[in-house]
Design a protein around this ligand. Structure first.
Ligand code: AMP
Ligand code: ZN
Length: 665
């Protein structure tokens, strides 16, 4: 077998195992065996870069960064769906389409309406080439690199199917994975995500595809779009798509009449709560593709399909108490503590009340019977008060005036919806919250230290701020509850190792309000050191790209506080990186400012990621696909033929790796 054949056979084999694992949920080899084969393929590909293929199973881990998602016009418009809410609505729809078709012989398919973000996948010659979000239906954003990391999406087909087609589906975040992500976030001192749908849709637009790869996203497919007339019905085409490797849920069912459609709706209105993902209704479609063609589209939606929306489930229960939670930044969130009640398959004990205005608007009072609803949000909401059940002696709710944790008087600044506890350095949840943020994966990434341990260390009086971490001794930790010598050592090693974390992450770790990951990167690149940043005035700060008044003020406030300056001085004395390394600095310039690059092919002197980083470090932008706006294409070996054709068509200069290096040096 030639090396090329070996590579191809491994790819085919791994694709098959992926399909069995992620689509059929029926793996036939162990994860370990899979990893061995994947490593073998990785090695062969590395040694033989001429056989690079973006659709190789090795490419699923991501790593490519997309700064600007290119807008792409859909070949076939992505319509929305008409909604219906009752049997009458459905019967009206049936009448309308019977009239147009001139027959009452209509068969329907019933599918669940998966609650996520719609996606359009393009396949050519049986291979995945592109993924575009729905956008406004006419144009969407190209998110191919991110979508490639979703393992249930086939990169090559398993069985005979049409060769050129689009596959439409919904990117979803299953509930279990969503909960896990939130547990991690809370442990990192971050706000939990609100619901799976928004999180799924936000994931598609993450710049780092490596981050997308880490999220447990899935894709459920519901429509094949093709000019080939191979299948006669929608049902048949979906079943064939399933054979070809797509995850088409088996819940899809044929119905001979609206009565049968209603049976499906009724059954799933309750059963849906046992599904591993969220659904918000049923989609009913005319099964015959010929009839679909005859019915066509209105300006907004197909006439051959209609959505039936499940009613949001609502229950009433008693509000026992309102408590207040204090976040890392001191923000106060009121929480309704409810008499436990069954709702949409779970027992609900707490609901969010958002802020003081919300409480006032609803006029909720302790002892009230309240209506609780579970919409798209994971945390249920209080919708209103059952006034008929209010007792005469009920008292209007007075919002907390003092912090429940440290008893400091709360403040609320103009324009802020939330109250804050200003006792930043003396309020337990703020102190531990800041340290938990500091050690988080995207910040100092400290191994061997978790959120609970931070609380324990604080409770024991061993740490009062993040700088204290660097003075911890193994002997101090061993006596603590559930601590062994080994784990204590790991913790200290983890802390020491964090001194290698680059400045931009340290800056993020400091927990300056409004300085998230991206802003931290911007500031680090511009100012290069904490000293320069702390000396910058308002004008200098807002002159930095994308830094506005709010962020500038927050940065100024942070460094004006002597306590923060003291922390910074201490971090510096322990050897934490508070400036961009000389090496990084030497590699940075504005030489490529406002130039947009597309990188294609395999390179020799640097990896694709290094090349991209070099572009960004020198002020340029990297885009994943070629458009009129592209300034240069850096081409390595084996540049994709479609990219080459497009570049030539738009007369965009194609430069080599050497040309590029000359440009920046
Ligand atoms: P709407 O956004 O309410 O107009 O509903 C249309 C959207 O429903 C489509 O863009 C799809 O993303 C989504 N959808 C979810 N499940 C299905 C399904 N089984 N068939 C068609 N569309 C679906
Ligand atoms: Zn407080």
């Amino acid at each position: 077998m030639s090396i090329q054949e070996k590579i191809q056979s491994l790819r085919k084999e791994l694709n098959e195992h992926n399909y069995k694992y992620y689509v059929l949920d029926n793996p036939i080899i162990t994860d370990y065996e899979f990893d061995i084969k994947l490593k073998e393929l990785e090695k062969l590909e590395e040694e033989n870069p001429q056989f690079f293929d973006p659709n190789s199973p090795t490419q699923r881990v991501g790593g490519e960064i997309t700064k600007n998602f290119e807008t792409i016009t859909h070949k076939n418009r992505m319509y929305s769906l008409d909604n219906s809410y009752s049997k009458e609505d459905l019967l009206d729809w049936e009448k309308r389409i019977q009239k147009i078709l001139g027959t009452s012989e209509i068969e329907y398919t019933c599918e669940l309406k998966y609650d996520g973000a719609s996606i359009n996948l393009t396949y050519e010659n049986g291979s995945f080439v592109r993924a575009v979000t729905r956008g406004d239906g006419v144009q969407g954003d190209e998110v191919t690199t991110n979508i490639r990391t979703i393992k249930s999406i086939p990169l090559a087909l398993q069985n005979d199917f049409v060769s050129d087609f689009e596959m439409r589906g919904e990117i979803i975040l299953p509930l279990e994975g969503f909960d896990q992500m939130n547990q991690e976030r809370v442990a990192n001192g971050e706000e939990p995500y609100r619901n799976p749908r928004n999180t799924a849709s936000g994931s598609l637009k993450l710049q780092d595809s490596g981050e997308v790869a880490k999220r447990p996203l899935d894709c459920l497919l519901y429509q094949v779009v093709t000019d080939e007339r191979k299948y006669k019905t929608h049902y048949e085409s979906l079943k064939a798509a399933q054979q070809a490797g797509f995850k088409v849920p088996n819940t899809i069912t044929l119905a001979k009449s609206i009565e049968e459609v209603l049976d499906f709706v009724k059954a799933w209105d309750t059963k849906r709560h046992d599904l591993p993902y969220e659904t918000d209704g049923v989609v009913i479609k005319v099964n015959s593709l010929i009839q679909q063609d005859e019915l066509g589209y209105t300006s907004k939606s197909p006439r051959w399909a209609i959505a039936y929306k499940f009613k949001a489930e609502q229950v009433s229960t008693v509000l026992n108490e309102i408590t207040y939670q204090v976040g890392r930044t001191g923000a106060i969130t009121p929480v309704a503590n409810l008499e436990p009640v069954h709702l949409a398959g779970t027992i609900v004990k707490r609901a969010s009340l958002h802020n003081a205005d919300q409480i006032e608007k609803l006029d909720v009072r302790i002892g009230d019977t309240v209506f609780v609803e579970k919409g798209g949000e994971i945390i249920p909401k209080i919708m209103g008060v059952d006034l008929t059940k209010r007792s005469n002696d009920s008292i209007p709710t007075k919002y907390a005036t003092h912090c429940p944790e440290c008893n400091t008087e709360l403040i609320r600044t103009e324009g802020d919806a939330k109250h804050y506890c200003p006792n930043e350095f003396g309020c337990a949840p703020q102190i531990t919250g800041k340290i938990q943020h500091f050690i988080g994966r995207k910040a100092m990434d400290i191994d061997g230290l978790g959120a609970e341990t931070v609380e324990l260390l604080h409770k024991e009086g061993l740490i009062k701020n993040y700088a204290d971490l660097y003075e911890l001794q193994v002997e101090q930790i061993i006596p603590l509850e559930r601590m062994a010598e080994k784990s204590a050592q790991n913790m200290i090693e983890g802390i020491q190792k964090s001194k290698e974390i680059p400045f931009e992450k340290v800056l993020f770790a400091l927990g300056i309000r409004f300085v998230g990951e991206t802003v931290a990167k911007k500031l680090a690149k511009h100012f290069k050191s904490i000293d320069a940043l702390s000396e910058a005035d308002f004008e200098t700060l807002i002159s930095v790209d994308e830094i506005g008044d709010k962020i500038a003020e927050s940065v100024l406030n942070f460094f004006t506080d002597e306590k923060n300056m003291e922390l910074v001085r201490r971090l510096k004395s322990y050897g934490v990186n508070l400036e961009t390394s000389v090496e990084d600095q030497a590699n940075q310039s504005d030489k490529l400012e406002s130039k947009i690059f597309v990188v294609s092919g395999v390179f020799h002197q640097m990896s694709r990621n290094e090349l991209k980083k070099a572009i960004e470090d020198n002020g340029g932008k990297v885009s994943s696909s070629i458009s009129k706006k592209t300034n240069f294409i850096v081409a390595g070996d084996n540049m994709g033929p479609s990219k080459l054709a497009k570049a030539e068509a738009l007369s965009i200069p194609i430069i080599s790796e050497e040309d590029f290096l000359n440009m920046i040096n």
